[in-house]
Unconditional design. Structure first.
Ligand code: TYM
Length: 335
């Protein structure tokens, strides 16, 4: 039997992934290579919604790709590629844009959050249509499951709605309906300085975010200065102790120890001891990734070659879907 297909993407919008990206997404992607037909991409077309310079886009796309490989994605076992290398993404996005209501797109909460930053009217139209490009990414590959953090749930619901609409309107079983694949314990890693908000490259302060490619010394300082809560017990309690709870989740995910075991281990211990252990677990996880990413970035030609292999595999699947979709919608064949 064919393996179920899994697909996900990450934006090259900063110089490093952060701990939320790693725990909520990329770390789940690695074992899925063994059980699924896996496609993972650096979504550079999404990144231009916030207008990076050409040099930034180029550098960040390679840094993102290098981190994916450094985190354990294997070009032999999954297709790792850059979104813009498969032209069909933009084409299918346009077709889906024409099938999406303005009101429907306007309900996307991530657009509301992100556009608020630019001031009303100044956000690009691309930022508004961003979730529809994401729907195209997913549908092109007949994806069964999409491993993401909780913030992407609404975009996957929109993707399902659009797939269903297309299939119903054009009378063909053109697209597979995808499901989110979300690991509850790590679906929302929060900001170290504001533990009720998501750790986010666009809205967290530098002190609130732990970058995968960051120096160990800085990582340690940030964890030690993380906002903790009143009282001194180290127990999970989202309501009253969001800071400690976030750190417990992080330590649990990084060490494979349950939260209950951690709570038992730290009875009577102070926040200082606990945070030191969290910092060490983060550093131990990130150091080898950083080392591997640096090696990959030192040989750009080889990195680009690895991405070309991934793009060729992705293109084959995307082209097949697009042929079906064009024909279903009524576009004339080119030959
Ligand atoms: P992006 O680049 O913002 O984030 C990449 C992945 O990291 C997850 N994530 C988190 N998970 C837990 N806690 C956090 N604090 C946290 N912050 C980020 C995100 O949920 C995501 O899974 N729109 C997507 C990129 C995309 C995509 C796709 C995803 C484009 N096309 C197709 C899946 C399928 C995004 O902006 O991710």
């Amino acid at each position: 039997m064919a393996r179920p297909r899994v697909l996900s993407g990450i934006q090259p919008t900063s110089d490093s992934f952060h701990l939320g990206n790693y725990l909520g997404a990329v770390r789940q992607w690695v074992p899925l290579q063994e059980t699924h037909d896996a496609f993972y991409m650096v979504v550079d077309l999404h990144a231009i919604t916030v207008t990076p310079t050409a040099a930034e886009l180029r550098a960040r796309t390679r840094v993102a790709a290098a981190q994916l490989f450094a985190c354990g994605l294997d070009p032999e076992r999954s297709s790792v590629f850059v979104q813009s290398h498969v032209r069909e993404h933009a084409e299918l996005a346009w077709m889906l844009i024409c099938m999406t209501g303005m009101g429907e797109a306007g309900r996307m909460t991530q657009f509301k959050d992100k556009s608020a930053k630019y001031g009303e009217g100044s956000a690009s139209v691309g930022l508004f249509t961003y979730p529809i490009l994401q729907a195209a990414d997913i549908l092109l590959y007949q994806t069964d499951q999409v491993p993401v953090g909780a913030d992407q749930k609404q975009h996957i619901e929109l993707t399902r709605d659009l797939a269903q609409r297309f299939n119903t309107r054009y009378g063909a079983k053109t697209f597979t309906l995808p499901n989110p694949y979300i690991v509850k314990e790590v679906e929302k890693i929060t900001d170290l300085q504001d533990p009720t908000a998501k750790m986010s490259k666009s809205s967290s302060s530098p002190q609130g975010i732990l970058d995968v490619l960051e120096e160990p010394g800085t990582l340690r300082k940030k964890v030690m200065r993380a906002v903790t809560d009143t009282g001194s017990e180290i127990v999970a309690d989202d309501e009253n102790k969001p800071g400690v709870t976030n750190l417990l989740r992080i330590l649990s995910a990084l060490t494979g120890t349950t939260i209950a075991d951690l709570e038992a281990r730290y009875v009577g211990a102070g926040y200082g001891t606990f945070k030191k252990d969290v910092a060490e677990a983060v550093i131990e996880t990130f150091a080898p990734i950083r080392e591997r990413a640096e090696k990959l970035l030192a040989n750009e030609a080889e990195l680009d070659r690895m991405l070309a292999v991934g793009a060729a595999k992705a293109r084959a699947v995307a082209q097949e879907t697009m042929e079906k979709a064009r024909d279903a919608m009524g576009f004339l064949p080119t030959h």
